[in-house]
Each structure stands twice: as C-alpha cells, then as structure tokens.
Design a protein around this ligand. Structure first.
Ligand code: NAP
Length: 209
C-alpha cells in the first residue's frame, strides 16, 4: 500500500516506518511542520500527539484517505462522522499490542465473577495523556467505573495491571510492553483489514482479529 506515516520520527514512528517498508509498503514520512500532502495514497497512519492528531487526521480524511490512528487522547467522534460522510475508514486502537487486547478480554471475563476491580497503568514519563486509552477501554469493558491509577516514570514503556479483589484473594492480570516493536503486528493487521471495515469509526483491535 502507499502510506503516509505522520510522526515518523517519534518513538513509535521510528520503529514502525522501517517495519512497514519491510512488509512491502511504500511509506511517506510526515513530521512536525511538514505539509500534510496525502492525496492519492491508500491510507495514513498517525502516531503523533493529542494536540495535533485531530488536525492531522482531519486533513487526511479531507484528502480522501483512510486513516489508522495510534495517537491516544483524541476526540474521535467528530472525525468518525467526517469519515462516514466521505465513505472512508477511520480505525483506532487504543493499544496495538496483541497481548494488551488479550489482557482486556481476560479482564472482562474476570469481572463477571470478581466485580471489585482497580486498574494501574504505567507509562513512560513522556506520555502526555492520563489515564491511558487502554486503561479507559479496559474500565469500560470491566464496568462498574473502576478507579484508574496512572504512573509516569522514566524507564517504563507501556504496562497495565487489572486487580480484582475478593474475600481472601487477589487476581492480577498484567501486560507489559517492553519495546515498540510490540505495536507493529497490530498496525499491519489493521492495514490488511481496512478494505473490509465499514465507513466511519471502528475502535479496537478486537474488530480486526
Ligand atoms: P513521540 O515520541 O512524542 O512522537 C510523536 C512524534 O510526532 C514526534 O516525532 C513529533 O515531532 C511528531 N509530531 C508533532 N507534531 C506533528 C505534526 N503536526 N505532524 C506530524 N508529526 C508531528 O510519541 P510516541 O511515543 O511515538 O507516541 C505517539 C502517540 O502514539 C502518542 O499519543 C502515544 O500515546 C500513542 N501511542 C499509541 C499506541 C497504541 O498502541 N495505540 C502505542 C504507543 C504510543 P517532534 O519530535 O518534532 O516533537
């Protein structure tokens, strides 16, 4: 596919760009301050920041290009409406790591039997938004409005624990992302499934697994 990668020099972008090329895609990197010229491309991928992501995605949709969004903390509903109007796919996964999707599934299953839960999400200090998109998605799957604790420290990548407390017992479901390679297979899968997705917003890797 002919792709644009917005944020190609970021921590995720630096890993994703060569992995997309290695998978046979043609990648046009777009960094801060560079023109968003994506007309004629098959899809755009955004891994930038909560401040600029919405404008980036809007610009890509307005040029008639499907979007895969990794940037978290965006208000995607209006962008979903724009995508729907234009007959384009807008796909977002709060977490592109397969193990994290399984963690969320298992947490949803555990909550049916152990409803008292709290979530601890731990990320690198550079992550701007809190709580994380994954923590919010997990909370909505678990139900009951569980407390979310956000930790931001150097050395961390992306980690989450879902704690279920019961009389005399504690169940912990934990996922650790140690490097940004963890996000590559999820992005490749989303690109592969784009033609099968309906126009408008689709959220979560679950939808393409
Ligand atoms: P990062 O290292 O800060 O990278 C962001 C990149 O975007 C930087 O290179 C930045 O340029 C660039 N940028 C800033 N404004 C831009 C613009 N207007 N157009 C194009 N590029 C622009 O962050 P990261 O760790 O790669 O993460 C990026 C985003 O993805 C964050 O929102 C993070 O939470 C999210 N994320 C999501 C997942 C997932 O699975 N969904 C996984 C990891 C991260 P400068 O260097 O010049 O500032």
């Amino acid at each position: 596919m002919k792709l644009a990668l917005l944020g190609d020099r970021g921590k995720v972008g630096r890993v994703l760009a060569p992995a997309l090329e290695a998978a046979g895609h043609d990648v046009r990197g777009i960094g801060r301050g560079e023109a968003i010229d994506v007309e004629g491309l098959d899809a755009a991928i955004d891994f930038t920041t909560p401040e600029v992501g919405e404008g980036n995605v809007r610009a890509c949709l307005e040029q008639g290009v499907h979007c895969v969004v990794g940037t978290t903390g965006l208000d995607l509903a209006p962008l979903g409406s724009l995508a729907q109007e234009r007959g384009l796919v807008l796909f977002h996964a709060p977490n592109f790591a397969l193990g994290a999707v399984l963690m969320m599934r298992f947490a949803q299953e555990a909550a049916a039997h152990m409803p008292r839960a709290e979530i601890v999400e731990l990320h690198n200090e550079a992550k701007r938004d809190a709580p994380s998109g994954t923590a919010k998605a997990t909370a909505s799957l678990v139900g009951g409005d569980p407390a979310i604790h956000s930790v931001r420290l150097p050395g961390l990548v992306a980690h989450q624990e879902v704690l279920f407390g019961g009389e005399g017992q504690l169940l912990t479901i934990r996922h650790d992302t140690y490097s940004r390679e963890a996000f590559v297979p999820g992005v490749l899968l989303a690109l592969e499934k784009l033609p099968q997705l309906p126009p408008g917003l689709t959220v979560g890797l679950d939808a393409v697994l």
